[in-house]
Design a protein around this ligand. Sequence first.
Ligand code: F6P
Length: 565
Amino acid sequence: MALEHPVDATQTSAWKALQEHHDKLQHEGISLKRWFAENPDRVPSMTFDLNDLRFDFSKNLVTDETLSLLVQLAKDVHLEERRDAMLAGVHINTTEDRAVLHTALRRPADQVGTVMVDGQDAVADVHEVLSQIYAFAEKVRSGQWKGVTGKKIETVVNIGIGGSDLGPAMAYEALKPYADAGITARFVSNIDPNDIAEKTKGLDPETTMFIIVSKTFTTLETLTNAGEAKAWLLSGLEAQGAIDGSEAQAKEAIAKHFVAVSTALDKVEAFGIDPANAFGFWNWVGGRYSVDSAVGTILAVVLGPERFQDFLAGMHAMDHHFATAPLEQNVPVLMGLMNVWYVDFFKSYSHAVLPYNQYLSRFPAYLQQLTMESNGKSVRWDGTPVTCHTGEVFWGEPGTNGQHAFYQLLHQGTSMIPADFIAFVNTPNPARENGQDVQELFLGNFLAQTKALAFGKTPDEVRAEGTPEEIVPARVFQGNRPTTSIFGVSLTPFALGELIALYEHITFTEGTVWGIDSFDQWGVELGKQLAKQITPALSESDEALAEQDPSTQSLIEFYRENRVW
Ligand code: F6P
C-alpha cells in the first residue's frame, strides 16, 4: 500500500548518523587520494557491471560507511515498500490519484496479467497498442503507407512539447546510426512560430507525415503547431495541384499525412484526425516518463519495431535490477542516495551530466524535465512542507565541448558540482588522424577529466613543473570533486533504454527520501493560466492591459510601440 504520510527523512536515525559522519569526514579532511591509498578494495567494491554498462562510484565522496548509512536511510524511509507499490500499480501519485506504471510499458508479453490497474490488465493493453504501432511503422517503412499522391513518406515530423517531445527527440539523436529506412525525423515543440517555420523548410508535403503527440491533447503549443502543420500541408498540396481544395480531398490528405498519439482519443477526433490513425496510452504514464509508450511512435517508424523492442528490453533490464537487487548493490538506488548526500549534506544544489558521446547531445535536456519537473517541489505527497533541500538543478553538455566552456568552474570554482560522466567504448564512426585513433583521443579526455577532478594537483606538483611562485595558486587543483563514471560497450537501443530507466529510478529514489510526489507537476500551471489572461493585452485589449501589474504593463507597451508586422 502507498504510505499515507512520508517519513520525515531528517528525523530518522540514519539522517542524524549521516550528519555526524559528514562532520567527521570534513574534520578529518576528505581526500580521495588517501581513501584510494588506504583501501585497495575501493574500486572493485564500488564498481558494478550491469549487462553492457560499467558503473564506477569510486570517485565519489563516499566511504563504505557512507554507503551503508545511505542504505539505512533508504530503509528508514521505506524506499522498497514505495518502489513495490509503484510497480504494483498503487496510486502513489496522490495529488492526481493515479497509478505510476511507466515500468509496465516495457514488461515483456509473457508478463501479461501481472499488473492490474483499476481492474484493467495494463501489460495486455500495452502490448495491444505496441502491435498497432509496429504494424503502422512497418507500413510506413516499407512504403506500403503512401501519401495522398501515392509517394512514400520520407520525413516524419513529431509535434509535441515536454515529455511529448524531449524523449523522442533525444532518442532519435542518440540512435541515428540505427535509422535505416531512409526516413528522417524532425521535431517541432515551441509555440514560437520560428520553430515550425524552420522545421518545415525544404520539406515536400507529398512525402511528409506529422505525428501529433499530446498526452492531454489540450496543450496550447502542440494544438497551435498542429493547426499550422495542417494549413502548411493543405496549402502546399494545393499549390502543387495535388489536391483541389475540396473538403473531401483535404480530409483524405489529412488521413494520409497525420497521425496522433494521446490518452484523449476523443479530442484527437474532434481535431480532425481519423481515430483509426491514433495510438493511445494511459493516465498512469507521466509525460516525462512516456518515451517508451506510443509517444515513441516516431522511433518505431525511423528505427523499426525490432530496435524499439530492444530499447524497451534495455529499460526492462534496468527495472528488473531496480526491483530485485539488494539496496547495497542497487545502482539507481545508490546513485539516487549519493545525490541526496551531495544535496543535503554538502549543499551542492546542481548536478552535471556529461555525455562523452555526441549522439547523446540531447540527453541532459531530456533529464532536466525528468528530474526537475519530478522533484522540484516544496511540499511532500501529503501536502506538508519538505524538511530539507530538494530538487537539484541538472544540466550538461557533451564532452569534449564542455571542457572548453564550463569545466573551469567544475575544476576550480568555489561550488562543488557532482557530475555523471557517460561514455561508450565503441563508435559507429571509427576514424584515424595522424596515425591516431580518434575514439581513443576522445576517450582519453573522458578518463582524464574524472581523474583531474578526483585527484587534483598540489602546489608542490605545480612548483615541480617550474611554475613561478606567484602563479602557483592559480594552477592548483583541489581535487575531491565527485564523479560517477558510466562506461558502456556501445550506444545501442538497449543501452539507451537502460540509461533512461536508470535516471527514472534515480529520480524516484531521491523523491522518496524527500517525501515528494515525483509524478505531478502543478508548478507549470500558473504560467499557463496567466498567459491566457495576458495574451489579449498584447493584441490591443486595454481592459486586459489595465489588469496587469506595472512591470507587465510597461513590457506590453514596449511591444505595442515596436511591433512591425
Ligand atoms: O506543462 C507541462 C506538461 O504537462 C508536461 O508535464 C508534459 O510533458 C507537457 O506539458 C506536454 O503535455 P501533453 O503531452 O499533454 O501535451
